[in-house]
Design a protein around this ligand. Sequence first.
Ligand code: AMP
Length: 282
Amino acid sequence: METVRSTNELSSWVESWRLENRTVGFVPTMGALHEGHLELVRHASQLADRVVVSIFVNPTQFGPGEDFARYPRNEDQDSELLQEGGCHLLFLPETSTIYQEGHSTCVEVDTPAKRLEGESRPGHFRGVATVVTQLLNLVRPSVAVFGQKDAQQLAVIRRLVRDLHLPVEIASHPTVREPDGLAMSSRNANLSADERTAAAAIYRALSSARQRIEQGERSAEAIRRGLREVLEGELLIDIEYAEVVEADNFEPIRRLRGSIVMPVAVRIGTTRLIDNFSLEID
Ligand code: AMP
């Protein structure tokens, strides 16, 4: 595995592969890698001949007072994991490489970025859409892989790629979970033992909602109430949202039908966690 920090080095590697007619897959991350990220890398290596992974804790997608400063960073361990995980090229840019002096262009997606994460974290998706557009332009992969764990982000990126006619296929990978169902997340490292135990309620809430839907419940309100009831059973959990929305635009629905997502965001102590289940309803 090669590691590069400059856009010139990145371009020359990618260009050399293109001259050899090798396809390029790309996995953007913010580092502090876990098995979920490594699954995306494996997925990318099934879809392309060469895999590029970026690690960049993107300052513009964090709001004031959010956890940018204490976001976990672990470059040496990440590098080892990627080396074993089948990554060919690790792109580790400095902030000043991505946001050059005088940077003043942003990418703003409307629907499906407006609600939920868009409301809870104003400016978050502008930061995500801007950095992902830049990274896609720098790497120019044929395919980029994103996790379903960040379902709204995935919907935003699919919309962005479609609307701007970016020449890349967007692939997704299911959420990788701990044995008790908690979605793997770099932020789980910030949970105390009690908070970690409480966090398992997110998966229990989503599982019980899915079970009710499988048993025939079609009222979105009943499902929202059920999600909240399970989450409220854990004293350490503060609910930010627990919703049922249409999968492509993330707008709330009344009757469940078609492709839906149940996105949940909670705070446990000072840590914010998100998760979701996606379902197809006949
Ligand atoms: P992050 O480093 O948190 O920005 O995530 C980088 C990519 O990994 C995004 O596409 C995430 O959706 C994905 N990802 C994060 N956690 C998981 C997980 N538990 N399972 C699958 N993909 C994940």
